[in-house]
Write a protein that binds this ligand. Structure first.
Ligand code: 8ID
Ligand code: ZN
Length: 367
């Protein structure tokens, strides 16, 4: 169902479906057949037929296991189904779940699969920081499967006019950079640098930054990513591999002063090395990309004298997701993606590791 027409038969639950699993760190990903008709939904759970799932670099981190937070495989919970940019349709509801959704609703599976919604963090809209938060494709099986169980109250309703494949990458990449730009508190006409601008998160960040009216300096490498970032509205593209003076180049492109904010959307540690330096006084580094074992170096004297800020930004809340999707549904932001099959996930990870993907890959879960 790439478009919006849903046929009644698409709500039938078959007794055979495919999921992509790994049971040891480093992979490989294997296709596994299971029976979704046997799934016994618990209180508040929904069964989602996933039509498309975006592949986020976080999924690759999960398979490698390089983060200081154990995933389901690392805690001995058995094989893990990755994926947290799932777009599909509700096909069955567990007890109490009908308070939130009905069968046939188009919904999105996000990184945060559920939160308590009642603690201090949740009440303030910091749902990702809830101590009870569950993560799709990490602590809980995610969207790299044809039928996924998730929590009805935390699934995101999808705008009807947005095709499911276009919606999928908004559910993590889109909401994350949308929220990160909010954290940057930029105003129209200000400069923002986006390291990782040619990747899944970055290509959406370029567009959301344009919606705000910012002047975008895209940082990434290679002609495909240059073309993509420029086409999507970056004013300047700086190739981090060929630039001989990245700080100087960013300053030159931002009126000689440096940028008002850097939203670091790269998965590589090097992207953090110079970001604080090419921010102008009072500028802000918003940390989004999650390279393992990486520290942000900030010289105390310069940080104080120049009143600079460093801020982490972790996905977004339910409202951020709705807002990010709304902008996509109204055509202000467009996901650029290549469609591949669920069975090709190993190839996607290889290309992602090699840095050869521009934009996102969206898996067609029927292939
Ligand atoms: O909530 C969060 N903070 C959050 C949410 C989702 C994803 C964080 N992430 C993290 C991922 O775990 C990953 O570490 O953001 C990072 C980027 O995810 P992605 O966009 O899904 O990855 P990608 O599509 O592979 O794009 C990464 C881009 O970074 C560029 C690459 O060329 C690629 O285009 N890049 C690298 I690697 N090093 C760079 C550098 N030094 C760089 N760009 C500029 N400078
Ligand atoms: Zn993600």
């Amino acid at each position: 169902m790439p478009g919006n027409e849903l046929q009644a038969t698409q709500l039938d639950i078959p007794n055979k479906a495919t999921r992509a699993i790994f049971d040891k760190l480093g992979g490989p990903i294997k296709n596994d057949i299971y029976d979704p008709s046997l799934i016994n939904l618990q209180n508040g759970e929904a069964l989602v037929r996933v039509f498309y799932s975006g592949v986020c670099h976080t999924d690759l981190h999960a398979m490698i296991g390089d983060w200081p937070a154990p995933n389901k495989v690392q805690t001995g919970g058995g094989p893990l189904v990755g994926g947290h940019e799932g777009a599909g349709v509700v096909v069955k509801l567990g007890p109490g779940a009908d308070e939130f959704l009905k069968v046939g609703d188009k919904v999105g599976i996000k990184w945060i699969a559920d939160a308590c919604l009642n603690c201090d963090y949740c009440r303030r809209g910091h749902e990702p920081n809830c101590a009870q938060a569950k993560c799709s494709g990490y602590t809980h099986d995610g969207s790299f499967q044809q039928y996924a169980v998730s929590w009805a109250r935390y699934l995101t309703p999808l705008p009807n006019e947005l095709p499911l494949d276009e919606a999928a990458p908004i559910l993590c990449a889109g909401v994350t950079v949308y929220r990160a730009l909010k954290e940057a508190k930029l105003t129209p006409g200000q400069y923002v640098a986006i390291p990782g601008a040619g990747g899944g998160l970055g290509h959406l960040a370029v567009q959301y930054a344009n919606v705000i009216g910012c002047r975008v300096i895209a940082i990434d490498t290679g002609s495909a990513k240059k073309e993509l970032a420029t086409k999507l509205g970056a004013e300047t593209f700086i190739d981090f591999k060929t630039s001989k003076d990245l700080i100087g180049d960013v300053r030159k492109a931002s009126g000689g002063e440096g940028v008002h904010a850097a939203v670091v959307a790269a998965s590589g540690a090097a992207a953090y090395e110079m970001a604080l330096e090419y921010c102008r006084p009072c500028g802000k580094l918003v940390a989004v990309g999650l390279p393992a074992k990486t520290n942000i170096e900030a010289n105390v004297c310069f940080t104080v004298f120049q009143a600079k800020q460093v801020k982490g930004s972790y996905v977004g809340n339910r409202q951020d997701a709705i807002e990010a999707l709304d902008l996509a549904a109204r055509g202000k932001v467009k996901t650029v993606f290549k469609t591949m099959g669920l069975s090709q996930l190993n190839d996607v990870y290889k290309a992602m590791h090699d840095g050869t993907l521009a934009g996102r890959v969206v898996l067609d879960c029927n292939k």
